[in-house]
Write a protein that binds this ligand. Structure first.
Ligand code: AMP
Length: 402
């Protein structure tokens, strides 16, 4: 079956076409500046050619029309007609407590996702626009929703309940949800395959370290804790997000700087993290360069970042009473030799022994711990699109319930 995977942002859209008979990526692309001047589609027929087409796209429907045209284009396309698409898999960020797995998108599902808009005001609205546009353009093709929050729904209450009046949980659904679930799930499954050990017999800590970053504790294939919370602001220090903070700081900054609440929120989301500490950049490549040149605040930012990752690794080892594998993934986790080295440094008493030679690798699956390391450290490039396509096929073919 050929599957189209759609990941809609507010003004951008990423897509892939996969032939799931052999899990082969056929085409992928990116539409940018939807609804703005200079809308553009960048399409790649994988391994063959790329094309860029700047053409006005006033909304998501027009963007998806361009995607479909590109997919069936005589020169750059990979399908003869749209009828070859067996199903569409949509990445949706927030499904609240409603869905603990992927589902077929029905009117009821759309209603439930609309109810989650308040919980993910930046993400769910464009996700829903993408679904609506696809339903209009491909009314007969099944659509599947794959949710970032779903994998974390197995967390026990002690992991997701905040110590605030319980009414806020029941009235406003304030609890820890967690994000990046599709990525955590994918790399945990791959770790089990690479180690040739059943997921049921493994305790894994997955470190998704990108611009956004989160860790998950995965015991017997189920997420039992994760570092992001009610929103993706909690947990690790990130590119521009503060991560864990004493909540009293919010009102303190607001008073001292005489700021409206919205502004404080913006500072914590966009001006904090390693950018805020270093004043250099949110991009870890820039930070590593600056740190190497002696920039002390860049050095400090990297130390604070790695300190928090180590802090969570320690916490999750305690929660699971041990760990069998630590997985690094996403932009920084897959590519930064230096950061993996700092994070794993001097953890021998916990059974974590990184092999400094094997660690000299980027973007490829590899076990990077020493042969005598009781805990395996594994580098696994994430592949959320493949995970979305797998769930899509499983639901359409009845392997997974609708
Ligand atoms: P992602 O959000 O997964 O796309 O990851 C983006 C982050 O990965 C950026 O902050 C980059 O700084 C970081 N990154 C990508 N490549 C490298 C690299 N070679 N060394 C260090 N950081 C990298």
């Amino acid at each position: 079956m050929k599957v189209l995977v759609i990941n809609c942002g507010s003004s951008s859209l990423k897509y892939q076409v996969l032939d799931m008979d052999g899990e082969i990526l056929m085409a992928k692309g990116l539409v940018e500046r939807i609804g703005l001047d200079g809308s553009v589609i960048k399409h790649e027929k994988v391994g063959r050619d790329k094309f860029v087409n700047e053409t006005p796209m006033k909304d998501h429907k027009e963007a998806i029309k361009q995607v479909l045209d590109a997919i069936v284009d005589q020169d750059h396309g990979v399908l003869k007609s749209m009828a070859e698409i067996g199903a569409v898999g949509h990445r949706v960020v927030h499904a609240g407590e409603k869905y603990a797995r992927s589902v077929m998108i029905t009117d009821d599902v759309i209603k439930a996702l609309e109810e989650c808009v308040e919980l993910a005001p930046l993400h769910n609205p464009p996700n829903l626009l993408g679904i609506a546009a696809c339903k209009e353009l491909m009314p007969d093709i099944p659509m599947i929703g794959v949710f970032d929050t779903a994998f974390h729904q197995t967390m026990p209450p002690e992991s997701y309940i905040y110590a605030i009046p319980y009414d806020y949980y029941t009235k406003y659904c304030i609890r820890r949800y967690g994000f990046h679930g599709t990525s955590h799930k994918y790399v945990a499954q791959r770790a089990s395959e690479i180690l040739n050990v059943n997921l049921d017999d493994l305790k894994i800590i997955t470190c998704h370290l990108g611009n956004g970053a989160s860790l998950s504790a995965i015991k017997r294939g189920k997420c039992i804790d994760t570092s992001m919370g009610f929103t993706p602001l909690e947990g690790l220090v990130m590119g521009t997000r503060c991560g864990d903070l004493d909540p009293a700081i919010v009102s303190y900054i607001r008073e001292k700087e005489n700021l409206p609440f919205g502004k404080v929120n913006e500072i914590l989301n966009k001006k904090s993290g390693v950018l805020g500490i270093s004043g250099v950049s949110s991009d870890f490549r820039d930070l590593e360069d600056a740190a190497a040149e002696g920039n002390e605040r860049a050095q400090l930012a990297l130390k604070v970042f790695s300190h928090r990752v180590r802090f969570y690794i320690g916490a999750y080892i305690a929660e699971m009473n041990g760990v069998d594998a630590i997985v690094f993934t996403a932009g920084l986790g897959e590519n930064s030799i230096n950061m993996r080295d700092i994070i794993c440094n001097d953890l021998g008493n916990l059974g974590i022994k990184l092999d400094l030679v094997k660690n000299r690798i980027r973007g490829k699956e590899a076990i990077i711990s020493r042969d005598d390391s009781p805990v395996k450290v594994i580098l696994i490039p994430t592949n959320e699109e493949l995970m979305i396509a797998r769930d899509t096929v499983d639901i359409v073919t009845g392997k997974m319930p609708k």
